[in-house]
Structures are given as structure tokens and as C-alpha cells.
Design a protein around this ligand. Structure first.
Ligand code: AP5
Length: 218
């Protein structure tokens, strides 16, 4: 099963992609997580991406497309894409690459939330630098404040999670990524999911749709 999860920054893509990967045994590929790993490892790609990410702008397509093509080679059991594609050009390149192998995307879901919700979620997000688990200081707090439930590591705040950068990320989203939703809608069904409610409620809606599909396709 190949799934694309679209949505603004903070819509809950990472939160729900992790749950989807656990439930359906597909690979979770987050372009943002891969870029952050490249940065942490000090690679050339990471150095090139850094300035764009910290400013809330998109990393150039050619860098991201090559990186994601490499990552998708490990996705034979299925994949859920988080943060990619993020421009119409990326979506077209992905469609062509999959069509060349006789495949395509099975499901496109679009998580819909208001900008006010986005800012509150992102400025309160904390993540584990060791295992990647994501928390929220109010909505999904860890058992002990500032400490990962899974491995005890000290939680960190992403450098692009300040209110100022979030506003830039939202502006970038509306200008460059929202057209990807229209691109898919012009070609296929896209499931718009109200992602403003509790995460368990949102997950239930997502799972109901994917369970039906998973019955047909693994
Ligand atoms: P990326 O890491 O993809 O960031 P993003 O799209 O801005 O998305 P986020 O990770 O901020 O949010 P999310 O939707 O995953 O929300 P989450 O589940 O964490 O990209 C970062 C940067 O990398 C980009 O700005 C760009 O520079 C670059 N980049 C990445 N991909 C690229 C590409 N394809 N092309 C070019 N450049 C690229 O949830 C957020 C918070 O809310 C968490 O604290 C969570 O606990 C909480 N939460 C989630 N759901 C709920 C809920 N239902 N109720 C209450 N709280 C909730």
C-alpha cells in the first residue's frame, strides 16, 4: 500500500504516519526527518538544506527528489509518505517514477486544520532526539516533563518551531504545497480529514478508510 499524507505544518502528519506504519507494516518516510538526520550527520545535503529549513522555506526540489528516490528503494512492503511531495513538481516526478515501475499511489489523505491550531501545536511540540517520538507539552505530554517515555532521553524543541518561523512555514505551505492537494484532486480521490480533534479520534477516521483498502491490498 502506498499512502501520501498531506497537510499543513503541525496538522499531525508525523503523529499519524507513525501510527499508520505500526498498524499496516509500511515504511514511514518523512522527508523532514531524513533532512534533520542529514543535518545532524553534517552531510553535504544537510549543510545545503539547513538555511532553508531554519527560515521555513522549502529545500530545492532537485535535492529532495534525489534523497526521496533513494529512500523509497527500501519501500517494497509499502510506504506512507510524510512531507513529500510538497510541490507540484515533486508530485509529478513521483507519479512518473512510480508509473515507470507499473505502480502508483493508492491513497491520498489531506489533514485539514486551522492556522491557529497549527501555531499552538507546533510551538508546544517536543521530540526525542534519540527515537524520534513526538510529544506536545499540553496535548500529548510525556509521563515526566521533558523526558521521553520510551528511552529516557531529554526532549528537544526543533529550531524551526518558533512562532515566527511557523508563520513562514504556513506561508510557504499555502504558496507551494496547497497546490499539491489540487494537483491530486484533479487526478483522483483525495480524502479530506478533519485533523483538529483529539489525535485518537483523527486516527480512528484514518484507520477506517485504510482498513477498507488494506483488506484489498497489502
Ligand atoms: P517537516 O518536518 O516535514 O515539517 P512540517 O511539514 O512543517 O510538518 P511538521 O513536522 O511540523 O508537522 P506534522 O504535520 O508532522 O505534525 P506533528 O505530527 O509533529 O519539514 C521541515 C522542513 O524540512 C520544511 O520546512 C522544509 O524546509 C524541509 N522539507 C521537508 N520536506 C520537504 C520537501 N518535500 N521539499 C522541500 N523541503 C522539505 O504534530 C505537531 C504537534 O501537534 C506535536 O506536538 C503533536 O504531538 C501535536 N498533535 C498532532 N496531532 C494532534 C491532535 N490531533 N491533537 C492534539 N495535538 C496534536
Amino acid at each position: 500500500m502506498r499512502i501520501v499524507l498531506l497537510g499543513a505544518p503541525g496538522a499531525g502528519k508525523g503523529t499519524h504516519c507513525k501510527r499508520i506504519a505500526d498498524r499496516y507494516g509500511v515504511l514511514h518516510l518523512s522527508s523532514g526527518d531524513i533532512l534533520r538526520r542529514e543535518r545532524a550527520a553534517g552531510t553535504e545535503l544537510g549543510r545545503k538544506a539547513q538555511g532553508y529549513m531554519d527560515a521555513g522555506a522549502l529545500v530545492p526540489d532537485e535535492l529532495v527528489v534525489e534523497m526521496m528516490s533513494r529512500a523509497m528503494k527500501d519501500a517494497s512492503a509499502g510506504v506512507v509518505l510524510d512531507g513529500f511531495p510538497r510541490t507540484v513538481n515533486q508530485a509529478e516526478v513521483l507519479d512518473k517514477a512510480l508509473a515507470a515501475k507499473g505502480g502508483g499511489i493508492d491513497v491520498v489523505m489531506n489533514l485539514v486544520v486551522d492556522d491557529g491550531v497549527v501555531v499552538a501545536r507546533i510551538t508546544g511540540r517536543r521530540s526525542c532526539p534519540k527515537c524520534g517520538a513526538v510529544y506536545h507539552v499540553k496535548n500529548m505530554p510525556p509521563k515526566v516533563a521533558g523526558v521521553c517515555d520510551k528511552d529516557g532521553a531529554a526532549l528537544v524543541q526543533r529550531p524551526d518551531d518558533t512562532e515566527e518561523v511557523v508563520r513562514n512555514r504556513l506561508e510557504t505551505y499555502y504558496r507551494q504545497t496547497e497546490p499539491v492537494v489540487d494537483y491530486y484532486k484533479s487526478k483522483r480521490t483525495v480524502d479530506d480529514i478533519d485533523a483538529s480533534g483529539d489525535a485518537d479520534v483523527v486516527a480512528k477516521v484514518i484507520f477506517e478508510k485504510l482498513d477498507r483498502l488494506a483488506g484489498k491490498k497489502k
